[in-house]
Design a protein around this ligand. Structure first.
Ligand code: AKG
Length: 344
């Protein structure tokens, strides 16, 4: 395990996989001495925090099932807004963990796939972006097993959902930066075929003032475009668009959500977000998923940055320790196939 250098000699408090606070072991007491990082939660494929209900019967799942109208809206628009996913207890735990995770040098930072304290290309702006929190702290680990997320993922993928990776995006009050217009699959072609989905969960109330996410309705039918730099020029993607598509970009839909609510989007839907000039922060956690059976398309020479993801050999199904199956259609029973879902 890679070790972190302790910034000072103070004892730090971390969380065990059961969610209890405990001191993180220090290998030394002087500045410059190493500390041993937190346990990697990645190999644990069940909730560990005590914050998650695990429904098993159709009756227990029922409150989390999307209606036929919601599934149709997703198919038509490429996104679905306003699904409550996170409980108050989860939100409280996530707040505490996120504050710690946003401090560079925190215990367990070595388990992130990517960690950018600031990915904004504008020196006046800040965009925190990190992938891998699920391996580092229990409440973020357990977000994957939130029942509303798992059921919506099944219905919107039309197949058993498998976890791909998570993301944290945080824009501080007043100085928060943009996320340039993009399509997610442009960064994910190292997994194929395209059968992916994103769940974007608000950790603050979000609206136009604090730089909420915005979707371009129907853009999931535009085909795959070149990927821009996420923290770069908001409008860079427009260079690839035809006139009517540019007009649609101008009519993008603001994703107004209450804290704890989520939106879901298709891997080709064009989305992005403006600066946060308000006095409120804008924090979010995302879970990216794909249908069970999606394969690794990763060759050695492509896709810089992907080497920090759990490795799956070219042509093999994405699975194993890094990619847990979140809902097994075969195991849950025939009632599941009667639910409204996109035709996979
Ligand atoms: O949070 C944002 O503004 C951007 C999110 C994003 O890029 C995504 O959902 O893929």
């Amino acid at each position: 395990m890679r070790k972190l250098t302790a910034p000072n000699t103070r004892r730090r408090v971390g969380r065990t996989s059961s969610g209890d606070a405990r001191p993180i072991r220090l290998a030394g007491v002087r500045p410059g001495i190493t500390i041993v990082g937190v346990k990697d939660l990645g190999p644990i494929h069940h909730p560990v925090s005590g914050l998650i209900d695990l429904p098993s019967t159709p009756e227990e799942w029922a409150p989390h099932v999307l209606s036929a109208a919601q599934v149709e809206a997703f198919e038509r628009d490429g996104f679905l807004l306003g699904v409550r996913v996170l409980s108050d207890a989860q939100l409280e735990a996530l707040d505490a963990e996120l504050e710690e995770l946003m401090t560079p040098g925190h215990a367990g930072q070595e388990h992130f796939y990517e960690y950018h304290s600031n990915e904004s290309e504008d020196p006046e702006r800040v965009l925190f972006h990190a992938l891998g929190a699920w391996r580092v702290r229990p409440a973020f680990h357990d977000v994957l097993w939130s029942p509303a997320l798992r059921m919506a993922a099944y219905q919107l993928l039309g197949a058993s959902p498998r976890f791909f990776h998570d993301q944290l995006f945080a824009k501080p009050a007043r100085t928060g930066g943009v996320v340039a217009w993009h399509q997610d699959y442009a960064y994910w072609t190292w997994t194929a075929p395209m059968a992916h989905l994103t769940c974007w969960m608000a950790l603050d109330d979000v609206d136009e003032e604090n730089g909420c996410l915005r979707y371009v309705r129907g853009s999931h039918r535009w085909g795959l475009l070149e990927r821009p730099a996420l923290g770069g020029d908001m409008a860079a993607l427009a260079e690839q668009l035809a006139g009517e598509q540019k007009a649609e970009l101008g009519r993008s839909v603001p994703v107004r959500l209450r804290r704890g609510e989520a939106s879901f989007h298709h891997p080709l839907v064009v989305h992005g977000s403006h600066e946060n000039r308000s006095g409120r922060s804008r924090r979010a956690t995302l879970v990216n998923l794909f249908a069970d059976g999606v394969k690794s398309n990763m060759t050695e020479r492509d896709f810089p940055g992907t080497t920090s993801y759990p490795r799956v050999a070219l042509g093999e199904p994405m699975g194993g320790e890094g990619y847990p199956l979140l809902l097994d259609e075969g195991a849950l029973g025939p009632w599941l196939r009667e639910l409204p879902r996109v035709s996979g």
